[in-house]
Design a protein around this ligand. Structure first.
Ligand code: ZN
Length: 258
């Protein structure tokens, strides 16, 4: 068994992919989806074993006819070539414009993130401390009122102030916690993706292994024939970071977003 076949078998097991009647399977089965109905595209092999004609169609069309969803026909070789080119573009962006790539994805440099997060955590700690202090102050004025050292009216006024401040602090704490979490997740995800992508700096051939490592899903749009020729959009959703439009990647390469 050569390496390619080995990977295909592994992939097949992993995704419980059923081979077609001709016994062939495709690494995009289970990964490629219809951009309009969201269902998986179904792999069809040509009867005469002519691999270049192997293609995918929307499984909704296949089950319920083209009134429910159009076929979204795409040849497997076209899908493979297009995905490989997109992946090569992403990898070359990371190789030569890593900082700009991070920035475009909303993730900052690690040093920047660490500094910002440290400042936010200090702010969070200060707010937490003040919240605890307000609790103590409240207890004290309550005791003062019960002990007759503080009028009820004065107590009520102070209590209202404390309560208002506490509510504002809680809101601030919530926002800070949320921001910290999101920033940590974002940076971590972009880091993970960059690490994976850097394993394939000289990617020349698409294999199930690299597809699996980098790509979560591929969305195929219905062809647009309005220009007189068939134009078909394909969007690639990468692991950890989601869809990367080719226009963004070209801008990165041309230094437009730096
Ligand atoms: Zn569909």
């Amino acid at each position: 068994m050569d390496e390619e076949t080995f990977y295909r078998v592994q992939e097949l097991r992993k995704n419980k992919r059923r081979p077609t009647r001709t016994g062939k399977s495709n690494m995009f089965s289970g990964v490629v989806r219809c951009a309009d109905c969201g269902e998986k595209l179904y792999y069809c092999t040509s009867k005469n074993f002519e691999t270049r004609q192997d293609h995918f169609i929307c499984s909704t069309t296949r089950r319920r006819g083209s009134e429910t969803c159009t076929s979204h026909f795409i040849r497997a070789v076209v899908l493979e070539e297009g995905t490989l080119r997109h992946m090569q573009l992403v990898i070359s962006c990371i190789a030569s414009h890593e900082d700009a790539f991070r920035k475009a994805l909303g993730a900052k440099r690690n040093a920047e993130v660490r500094k910002e997060l440290a400042a936010k955590r200090r702010m969070l700690q200060k707010s937490d401390n003040r919240l605890a202090e307000l609790d103590r102050l409240f207890k004290r004025i309550y005791e003062d009122m019960v002990g007759g050292k503080l009028s009820e009216a004065r107590f009520q006024m102070l209590a209202d102030d404390y309560e208002k401040e506490q509510a504002e602090l809680r809101e601030k704490i919530d926002i800070l916690e949320d921001e910290i979490q999101r920033q940590e997740d974002q940076t971590e995800n972009v880091d993970k993706f960059i690490r994976q992508a850097k394993k394939y700096l000289h990617l020349e051939k698409l294999t199930p292994a690299v597809l699996n490592d980098l790509v979560k899903a591929v969305y195929v749009h219905a062809p647009d024939n309005s220009s007189g020729r068939r134009v078909q959009d394909v969007e690639i959703s990468y692991n950890y970071i989601g869809i990367l439009p080719a226009t963004l990647l070209y801008d990165l390469k041309n230094g437009k977003t730096a």
